[in-house]
Design a protein around this ligand. Structure first.
Ligand code: COA
Length: 275
């Protein structure tokens, strides 16, 4: 009789240990399952893509916004952006294109109204449109490298970031600046706070390929709640992803613009008409 409580405790210990192992495996499996995917479209130089066919299948808000753009480049990026989001969603979900509704948070971060667990983020610049699709919040930014007065960093970046920029040899400084910029933007977009979050309220540190949030509102960051990854898309561009998931993809999944539009028209129940 005296021994029986020990036996129970022993069994309980074994159960506790097995339970812990199962939970650890479950967590690892969950982490492995979460994989952000990044899709990219390079805007073709030559005409031949029927943007109007796609434009008519977008939200009214997007159509109006797109038509208000003065520059053709902006209109094209805007059409591709929403067509990409819709195509990626529709090809995996049995819903009608017309039923998809977008909503925005108080800072303008868009999402699909009826699908709060489907996270995406868009970025477009120059010849590229990128879209990150994630089961958790993420932010992506692509920027075309253009000549820029680097003193802008004094105004927008943190003291630590400005020191990093000055340590970089002059010939690599502009590339580094844009890398930092896209990392900062990706973080703001991950948070979804827009420009209500001052760019100098946090610091990003870049060491070779490793990018991390080093400081927020003047405090050192101990445990990261987000992970960064830079992507090489062209020497003239910088792109960074920021996600809650550490399982970043190694590459971007590129889609041909014409194929995207054909697919979009197909998944939205029509026939793509060539121009
Ligand atoms: C709107 C903002 C979120 C990103 O702007 P951006 O870098 O000019 O544009 P991007 O192409 O990367 O991103 C635009 C997309 O972000 C998404 N977006 C808009 N507001 C967002 C927010 N609050 N959070 C996350 N994503 C947002 C939208 O999908 C938008 O694309 P769409 O309008 O075609 O749907 C905002 O951070 C901004 O205006 N940044 C500019 C800041 C700046 O001037 N920095 C200078 C550094 S020196």
């Amino acid at each position: 009789m005296v021994d029986s409580p020990k036996y129970i405790i022993y069994n309980g210990g074994r159960f506790e240990k097995t339970g812990k192992i199962i939970i650890i495996f479950f967590c690892i499996f969950k982490e492995m399952r979460v994989l952000v995917r990044i899709y990219g479209v390079k805007i073709p130089k030559s005409p031949g893509v029927n943007y109007h066919e796609a434009l008519n299948r977008l939200s009214e808000e997007r159509r109006n916004r797109t038509l208000r753009f003065v520059r053709k480049d902006d209109r094209i990026r805007s059409v591709i952006a929403e067509a990409l989001v819709r195509t990626l969603f529709l090809r995996d979900h049995q819903v009608d294109n017309e039923s998809l509704r977008f909503t925005v948070n108080s800072y303008g971060k868009p999402s699909l109204a009826a699908y709060p667990d489907y996270h995406y983020n868009l970025s477009h610049s120059g010849d590229y449109v990128l879209c990150a699709v994630d089961s958790r919040p993420s932010g992506i930014d692509v920027e075309e490298i253009k000549p820029i007065d680097l003193t802008i960093a004094d105004r927008f970046f943190s003291g630590a970031e400005n020191r990093q920029i000055r340590e970089i040899p002059k010939d690599r400084r502009i590339g580094y600046f844009y890398q930092l910029w896209t990392a900062k933007e990706s973080y703001i977009k991950f948070r979804g706070n827009g420009l209500s979050m001052p760019l100098n309220s946090f610091s990003i540190r870049i060491d070779d390929d490793h990018i991390e949030l080093s400081e927020q509102d003047g405090c050192l960051v101990q445990e990261p709640d987000c992970y960064f990854k830079a992507f090489e898309i062209s020497p003239q561009y910088k792109a960074t992803l920021c996600s809650e998931s550490p399982n970043h993809p190694g590459t971007i999944e590129w889609m041909d613009c014409l194929d995207l539009f054909k697919k979009f028209v197909e998944v939205s129940g029509g026939n793509y008409a060539t121009r």
